[in-house]
Ligand binder design. Structure first.
Ligand SMILES: Cc1cc2nc3c(=O)[nH]c(=O)nc-3n(C[C@H](O)[C@H](O)[C@H](O)COP(=O)(O)O)c2cc1C
Length: 380
């Protein structure tokens, strides 16, 4: 097995931070607890501006076409991302997209335009899907679990080909492209060959696919060992190809003055869980990890409590005082995390607090970690 310490841990680059865009209704936890988070564009425009002032480099929009786990109303991911790009100056916005809902050429063209409108800040998160009803009720094919990743891999190869080559051709199982040149090409940005390709998934097939073709691999919330296991699976596919994807991890942040207060907030979220919605979600996600042959993948080992944050964000345990949270974040960095994807109960207030109270401690601790490892922390 390829250990992340051997190949991947990068102590010389400061951690990057992202947040989930609340572009679906109901916040990021399926609970009736008060959430001062709103899915409207006005709220999100202000949130994006707070984020770029608070040290966040990325925002990630969700793609959802139909209600599930609550999320009764949803704004479409690519158009919403474009509006956020137009409302900000530095923030990179990652739009989630499903292969199977998009032709890769249409997406390639859309993202190039978004990239030009934003001076090179557009990115995508390729997600292979779990909500079968969205596909079936649209009259689209619903592929069995691992086959979704066969299509996803081809989709990403086509996307990258169209972004980087002139006269690009591809003959495959799902897509055929003949001698295509997209003009203009994406914006030339130093250190970025094309708009960044993120990838979300946890199963064995997802890890292997990400290792072969993704720029970034996003993991659902995990404890330290769970994250290490995930990253090893991706590296096993990437390293023999000389690839070096980077790693993002989801975590739900509850920062309070005392650990006791933070834990009480988690208890309240759980006590007020919207039971029918969480149980409905548990049934729907049987199409993800549980549908794999080896039983590994997203949500296979998620308890009722875990599922309340629908990307397992409690498992990362970013719950406590700012010092405790910063310490835990740097532990994850030492395991290979390059980007922390965060979510909150009250997004605007708590994201600002994260930037003000937690991020500076992370910066000190990662400088210490770099010194101890005798590497230089290169601050851009
Ligand atoms: C960070 C992250 C973001 C995701 N965003 C979405 C999304 O916006 N829409 C969606 O349908 N699925 C999303 N997914 C779920 C994937 O589509 C996929 O169903 C899930 O990762 C299960 O994959 P697995 O069975 O291979 O583990 C996301 C997954 C991760 C890790």
């Amino acid at each position: 097995m390829n250990s992340p310490t051997q190949h991947q841990v990068d102590l010389s680059t400061p951690l990057k931070f992202a947040y989930w865009v609340p572009n679906v209704s109901g916040g990021l936890v399926v609970s009736t607890i008060e959430q001062r988070t709103d899915w409207s564009f006005d709220y999100n425009r202000e949130l994006a501006r707070i984020a770029e002032r608070s040290g966040f480099e990325y925002a990630l929009t969700q793609t959802r076409y139909a209600a599930s786990y609550g999320a009764d109303k949803q704004h479409e991911a690519t158009s919403f991302s474009l509006a956020l790009l137009a409302a900000t100056e530095k923030l990179k916005v990652i739009a989630a997209v499903h292969p199977g809902m998009w032709h890769p050429g249409v997406l390639a063209k859309f993202v190039i335009t978004a990239d030009h409108l934003s001076n090179g800040r557009a990115a995508v998160n390729i997600v292979s899907g779990w909500l079968k009803a969205e596909f079936v009720n649209f009259g689209l094919p619903w592929l069995v679990h691992d086959e979704r990743y066969v299509r996803t891999e081809e989709f990403i190869r086509v996307l990258r080909g169209l972004w980087t080559e002139k006269g690009f051709s591809h003959t495959g199982k799902y897509y055929n492209i003949a001698d295509f040149t997209l003009q203009p090409a994406p914006v030339a940005v130093a250190g970025r060959p094309h708009p960044e390709i993120f990838f979300g998934g946890n199963s064995t097939a997802a890890q292997a696919t990400a290792g072969r073709v993704a720029d970034w691999y996003f993991s659902n919330g995990k404890d330290l060992d769970g994250f290490s296991e995930n990253i090893s699976g991706v590296l096993a596919a990437a390293v023999p190809l000389g690839r070096r994807p980077r790693f993002g991890l989801n975590g739900f942040v509850i920062a309070r003055d005392t650990e006791k207060e933070a834990r009480e907030t988690l208890r309240e979220i759980v006590a007020k869980a919207h039971k029918p919605a969480v149980e409905g979600f548990r049934d729907a996600v049987q199409e993800a990890g549980p549908a794999t042959k080896d039983g590994k993948g997203m949500w296979t080992d998620s308890s009722f409590e875990d599922l309340i944050q629908y990307n397992d964000g409690f498992k990362t345990q970013l719950i406590g005082t700012p010092e405790q949270i910063a310490t835990r974040i740097v532990e994850y960095k030492k395991r290979g995390v390059n980007l922390l994807l965060t979510c909150y109960l009250h997004f605007q207030e708590e994201l600002a607090t994260f930037g003000r109270d937690i991020l500076p401690i992370v910066r000190e601790l990662e400088a210490d970690a770099a010194r101890q490892a005798d590497v230089e922390l290169v601050v851009a």
